[in-house]
Design a protein around this ligand. Sequence first.
Ligand SMILES: *Cc1c(COP(=O)(O)O)cnc(C)c1O
Length: 425
Amino acid sequence: MNKVPFVTKEQVEEIVKTYPTPFHIYDERGIRENVKALKEAFSWNRGYKEFFAVKATPNPFLIDILREYGCGCDCSSYTELMLSGAMGVKGEDIMFSSNDTPAKDFQLAAKLGAIINLDDITHIDFLQETLGYLPKTLSCRYNPGGYFSLGTDIMDNPGDAKYGFTTEQMFDGFRILKERGVENFGIHAFLASNTVTNEYYPTLAKQLFELAVRLKEETGARITFINLSGGIGIPYRPEQEKNDIAVIGREVQKVYEEILTPAGMGDVAIYTELGRFMMGPYGALVTKVIHQKHTHKEYLGVDACAVNLMRPAMYGAYHHITVLGKENLPCDHMYDVTGSLCENNDKFAIDRMLPEVEVGDYIVIHDAGAHGHAMGYNYNGKLKSAELLLHEDGTVQMIRRAETPRDYFATLDGFAIYDKLMEME
Ligand SMILES: *Cc1c(COP(=O)(O)O)cnc(C)c1O
């Protein structure tokens, strides 16, 4: 697939007059078309709901777009709950899927009326002690252990993942919860990440549906929803084929009708907690080439760094790169594209074939819309960039300003050096 940026050189030249590079920019049209397709794919299920994984892109303007389509929020921390609460997302529109959870996070989740998804059997007592009661609706996160494979392809290694209840603990947990008055049960599992195949959800759904039937039969629990969580991926590489959400929805429906419906569970709601799939392709990091260096290799130094997008540095992740205005030139030059951190892993690309680049060129780093800006950090005292939203009518709105030195030093406010720092700005 030819990866084409959703902004052109002409648009970026206009935008930088107001908002200098680097910046993250999001494509409203792409976000809307995708969420519509997702809703349509699961429209066969009456209770279907997507809880957007807030951690992927915790920007209220973007989440508000998804809310127009009935999406809720999937939160895993105190501040994510705060953000959702402040946006007016409450009650069963929040899924709280946390792990190693502090008491005060559970308290806020309960106060907002969120659905709590427990990560461990010991959290039953912990939650009860923390709240003084157990909510009427609770969900448990399942981890079957071993490897998760599709045919002969191992997709991920749940046996090595810190999350969830074992199979035995699911049965024990449901019995305990039922004895203690819980009325409505959910099942959740996240067994493989960034899957670029239409088979992940249907395969996961089959496992969870079979487990649900057994849980219902053996514990008598009333299961009201099954949460397929995140994990539907995106094609970061041009040679990968995009997931077809309509096919995924249809295949999940088939398994549902095979397993749940005959077991008298045709009223179970399907939930998803997608993050990457909802935003990843619809965000890009735009940066400018500010240096070229010719030593043992050819380097392009850009004005963004791993602080703006750490996936390449952290996981060696591939992000496609387009040099704006040079889309149709041959990629006959090899470069390392680097940021300015004092860390040699601060490279957006290594040995990447690109057209011949000059200082001043604008570069689009694709698929930065999820786990991009959000993962940013402040190493080397670097500041996080602004976030912009490209509306369907072509106008651009700033939806988060860039950090300033004042933000970076804010935690020294009240100490003697703070006033001096502020004078230096
Ligand atoms: C990260 C996460 C998600 C979203 O994952 P994606 O790969 O972005 O779809 C959903 N649920 C939970 C509990 C998560 O931790």
